[in-house]
Design a protein around this ligand. Structure first.
Ligand SMILES: [Zn+2]
Length: 276
């Protein structure tokens, strides 16, 4: 699944590649998949996008906003898989969940892996969509300061007990995070996935804050994770520290064997010595 850095990578590449292009034909998928969320009928989508111009893509959390001008915004949300650019003359994939063909005969296709939203809104209405509306501050925004983070945690510790993994992966408390990047954040912060957030002291909160912002920044700079591909079909440059290949291997810091557990709907990889 794409997380914030992969979305940012794809948005930047879309802006170098398709901004200003005129849509010749927009099509919703030819590969039925019940977890792809559309808000338009296929013929309606084609009609509304025909002859429109592509604007600059922006990202918030795990949502990419692509202006379809005039009048509309296309939303690509919460998905993974493949968002691919096809230059003029390239063979298009047979199956896709979304296709935009441009007047210059280049195209993009989207094929999501598990689920994802591919929705077309009248400009402005996309901000009212569930999960977009009232989205909390994301870690690449200026407002994501240590003061903000402390307030977020202070608010959360009033409620039910939450662990670090829950903070990083559930309810989009820190929008854009997911199970993959969370593993390296927890490792860098020296915190066990089950460590409760109400038991964090100031120093641990600080370490966690730094781990979140520095990890996100690094993955963005390296063009996303190596296990996802970009708009041109190339893997990202960020090699994960903690993933399924690390389980059973020595910790890069202390040499202790890295463990794997299933916890909160996904695997966790951690060093039992470094992460407490
Ligand atoms: Zn270790």
């Amino acid at each position: 699944m794409f997380e914030l850095p992969e979305y940012l990578t794809i948005a930047a590449q879309l802006n170098e590649t398709i901004t200003g292009k005129i849509i010749f034909e927009g099509r919703l998928g030819n590969s039925p998949h019940k977890f792809v969320w559309y808000n338009r009928k296929p013929e309606e989508f084609t009609e509304l996008t025909r002859g429109k111009k592509v604007g600059e893509a922006t990202v918030r959390g795990r949502w990419l906003f692509l202006p379809i001008q005039p009048g509309y915004v296309f939303l690509l949300g919460e998905c993974g898989g493949k968002v691919l650019f096809h230059p003029e003359g390239a063979k298009l994939p047979e199956k896709y969940h979304l296709l935009f063909k441009f007047q210059d005969e280049s195209a993009i296709t989207v094929m999501t892996q598990m689920w994802g939203a591919m929705e077309l809104f009248e400009a402005g209405k996309e901000q009212d969509r569930q999960y977009v509306k009232n989205m909390r501050t994301t870690p690449v925004e200026l407002g994501f300061t240590f003061d903000y983070f402390n307030l977020l945690l202070d608010g959360l510790v009033q409620g039910e007990k939450r662990s670090i993994k829950s903070l990083l992966t559930q309810d989009q408390l820190i929008p854009g995070m997911g199970n993959s990047i969370a593993q390296d954040i927890m490792f860098r912060a020296g915190l066990h996935p089950k460590h409760l957030i109400n038991e964090l002291d100031t120093h641990q909160r600080e370490r966690l804050f730094i781990a979140i912002t520095s990890t996100v920044q690094t993955v963005v700079e390296e063009g996303g994770r190596y296990d996802e591909i970009d708009l041109f079909g190339n893997p990202g440059g960020y090699l994960r520290i903690m993933d399924n290949k690390s389980a059973g291997q020595p910790c890069p810091v202390c040499g202790t064997t890295i463990e794997k557990i299933q916890y909160l709907g996904g695997a966790c990889y951690f060093c039992p010595n470094c992460q407490l």
